[in-house]
Design a protein around this ligand. Structure first.
Ligand code: AMP
Ligand code: ZN
Length: 468
């Protein structure tokens, strides 16, 4: 498997630190509003990378954080007259709903910055002790020049960066030893959330959060660190400096960055106001269409959002779903018994399309070519799975197609919805399990229902349920 590494600016063969395992960290969103479809691009892209790695047999430990303490969250909380926590909790929940509608799998762990402050205090302390950080008036700064490889990810050298000096000085940070130094800890301002530390009552800088959460959940060295290309500098560069200075080891082996989702060839962003939220798009399209749209381009190519491309994606997805549906029909109508000799041959020939798909994905996750391979398979199946075929043949062909869809997170055959009476039946079974103190079974039923979008609420009047 070849992956493009921002660090070396080359495609490299993927070799994990530990055989059969992948440790992967993806920088998550700052939660002060609904996520926009630009934010959805890394979610969909790296979820697909994860799915492909899992398909290849790797056990993937996938960690993606929520940044739940930030100026923008505090601002929004002040505007609404509620706590920062209320804002971040609300938008984490909304983000999880969007992720589920886009068929983005929940991460193995979704750490919250505010729950990891202890680890941040420890890492900052270590950096001070090692001479990589210093405190001035309650603020702790990273001593950038002391970390010699600084700039290795963004391929900038420190002297180029001095160009930014003046801007930095204007921002009132002239207490820094060097304009290149960045904040690890800053004192609170009136009314802001804060934590106690030996330097000041304050809060962490953004970069230290990811270094700490990555270390806690994945260890000092990880295989893949990913995010949008705007994070290369300074965020990821600073993460490298902090983690490597603290741990004395290479932080991440492979750095993957998705290109922007643009609109009229400009980056979609909250600050420019040129964005659509995922929720808005969901009013018009099934979010599977958005997922298809994102994967129709290579993740390192800029992608321009347009109604026209969304319509094309809708049609493309429909072509795949229609073939899968036809195969369901053939399965139902098909003859019993084993595949005929002819069918055996026809089925064996489908392997070529799977290989084409894998070849595309092995080449730095070229989802555009992988989708093209799926279309070829669809064409082949439409021609070769005909009336009078056996059930098994139709079933195996469908499995093949659905499996490829699943790697891309595209659901081609929807599971039948649970009927109300099935839900009632499972709830009764859960109640019986609880009565018998079999809480494991009770939890299992709850989780099973949740998987199908059924949310239970235990009330004094008994169990209530609704479809999410
Ligand atoms: P933020 O909440 O701004 O920190 O962004 C969360 C993630 O979304 C980061 O990985 C960003 O790089 C990514 N991102 C933000 N805007 C876009 C965009 N227009 N296109 C692609 N990725 C984006
Ligand atoms: Zn990060």
């Amino acid at each position: 498997m070849q992956v493009y590494n921002t660090l070396t600016k080359k495609k490299e063969t993927f070799v994990p630190l530990e055989e059969g395992k992948v440790r992967m960290y993806v920088c998550g969103p700052t939660v002060y509003n609904f996520i926009h479809i630009g934010n959805a691009r890394p979610m969909i892209v790296f979820d697909t990378v994860r799915r492909y790695m899992e398909y290849k047999g790797y056990e993937v430990n996938y960690v993606s954080n929520f940044t739940d303490v930030d100026d923008k969250i505090i601002k929004k909380a002040l505007e609404e007259g509620v706590s920062s926590q209320e804002i971040s909790q609300r938008y984490i929940e909304e983000c999880k709903k969007d992720m589920s509608m886009m068929n983005v799998k929940p991460a193995t762990t979704h750490p919250l910055a505010t729950q990891e402050i202890g680890g941040m205090l420890d890492m900052i302390q270590t950096l001070i002790e090692k001479g990589y950080a210093y405190e001035v008036n309650g603020t702790v700064y990273f001593r950038t020049r002391k970390f010699a490889p600084y700039g290795k990810l963004s391929h900038k050298n420190l002297d180029d960066l001095r160009g930014g000096e003046r801007v930095l000085l204007v921002s009132g940070e002239d207490e820094k030893e060097d304009p290149l130094d960045f904040v690890l800890w800053k004192p609170k301002k009136e009314g802001e959330p804060y934590w106690e530390s030996s330097w000041s009552q304050g809060r962490p800088g953004w970069h230290i959060e990811c270094s700490v959460m990555s270390k806690k959940y994945l260890g000092e060295q990880i295989d893949i660190h990913a995010g949008g290309e705007d994070l290369v500098f300074p965020h990821h560069e600073n993460e490298i400096a902090q983690s490597e200075a603290c741990n004395g080891k290479e932080f991440a082996r492979y750095w993957l960055h998705n290109a922007f989702l643009n609109i009229d060839n400009k980056k979609m962003s909250k600050s420019l106001g040129n964005f659509f939220t995922v929720r808005e798009i969901s009013e018009k399209y099934d979010l599977q269409v958005l997922r298809f749209f994102m994967l129709s381009a290579h993740y390192r190519s800029p992608l321009n959002f347009s109604a026209q491309l969304m319509e094309a994606s809708k049609n493309g997805l429909e072509r795949l779903v229609t073939t899968a549906d036809n195969l369901t029909y053939r399965k139902e109508q098909g003859a019993d018994g084993p595949m005929t000799e002819e069918e055996e041959k026809l089925f064996a020939a489908t392997k070529a399309y799977v290989e084409k798909f894998e070849e595309a994905m092995d080449d730095d996750f070229n989802t555009a070519d992988a989708i093209a391979a799926m279309f070829e398979l669809v064409k082949y199946l439409n021609t070769n799975v005909n009336e009078g075929c056996t059930k098994v043949f139709a079933e195996k062909c469908q499995e093949r197609l659905v499996k490829l869809g699943d790697i891309l997170g595209l659901i081609l055959v929807k599971e039948k919805e649970l009927l109300d009476e099935d839900v009632e039946h499972l709830i009764a079974e859960r109640q019986a399990a609880r009565k018998a103190k079999d809480f494991a079974r009770a939890d299992e039923i709850r989780a099973q229902l949740l998987d199908q979008g059924i949310v239970l609420e235990d009330t004094r009047e008994g169990v209530k349920w609704k479809r999410a």
